[in-house]
Design a binder for this molecule. Structure first.
Ligand SMILES: CC(C)(COP(=O)(O)OP(=O)(O)OC[C@H]1O[C@@H](n2cnc3c(N)ncnc32)[C@H](O)[C@@H]1OP(=O)(O)O)[C@@H](O)C(=O)NCCC(=O)NCCS
Length: 163
């Protein structure tokens, strides 16, 4: 099934229950309903999603400040992985960020998360640092990744990769 058939939209408070449910499926240390609620209420936080027949299958959240954004979460329902949805959603969100005037994108990813690392570096994110033993649950390192959205080259990458 083509990724284009999924509906892309900014999520709001009406999506809170679906977000919490999908988050629980995707992350062992899931954000709470309260955390999502606060995120959805504040202007600087954005959550975009992909839906099929009204069902939320993927979402991506980020924090926007000045000309920077920090990716908070990107998740695809396990039953829908490896079909290009993560790539599609990330590309669409980065296109939106460029339209919003955002020039720099940052994120942290667990060293063991090879799937997410491959997805991000496939878009041109480069590793700029390491936060040693950053995650309290298992003292795993966080890799800091950065993408410059300000160049034409990066815009072309985003447009070509998002399908
Ligand atoms: C990371 C995640 C969002 C990827 O979503 P996805 O829809 O399966 O990814 P896609 O099908 O779009 O794959 C895009 C690229 O990511 C990489 N990738 C995705 N899954 C991978 C895996 N299991 N192993 C290695 N690389 C993988 C590949 O480079 C892939 O490109 P390719 O298909 O050309 O090889 C998904 O695995 C997920 O939700 N994981 C749990 C939540 C999480 O860890 N989020 C990231 C931190 S917030």
């Amino acid at each position: 099934m083509s990724v284009i058939s999924y509906e892309f939209s900014r999520l709001g408070l009406c999506d809170l229950d679906d977000l919490v449910a999908l988050e629980k499926i995707c992350f062992p240390h899931a954000w709470t309903e309260q955390q999502f609620w606060l995120c959805l209420k504040q202007k600087a936080y954005y959550i975009f999603g992909l839906k099929k027949g009204g069902e939320l299958t993927a979402y991506m959240s980020f924090y926007h400040m000045a000309d920077e954004m920090e990716v908070l979460k990107l998740a695809v329902h396990p039953a829908h992985r490896r079909k290009g949805l993560g790539k599609h959603l990330l590309g669409l969100v980065l296109q939106n960020c460029i339209k919003m005037g955002i020039e720099q994108a940052y994120l942290e990813v667990r060293r063991s998360n090879t799937a997410a690392y491959a997805l991000y570096t496939g878009f041109g994110f480069i590793q700029t640092g390491v936060r040693k033993e950053y995650y309290p649950d298992n003292k795993e390192d966080a890799l800091i990744l950065f993408l410059n959205l300000n160049g034409i080259r990066d815009r072309q990458i985003v447009e070509s990769l998002s399908g």
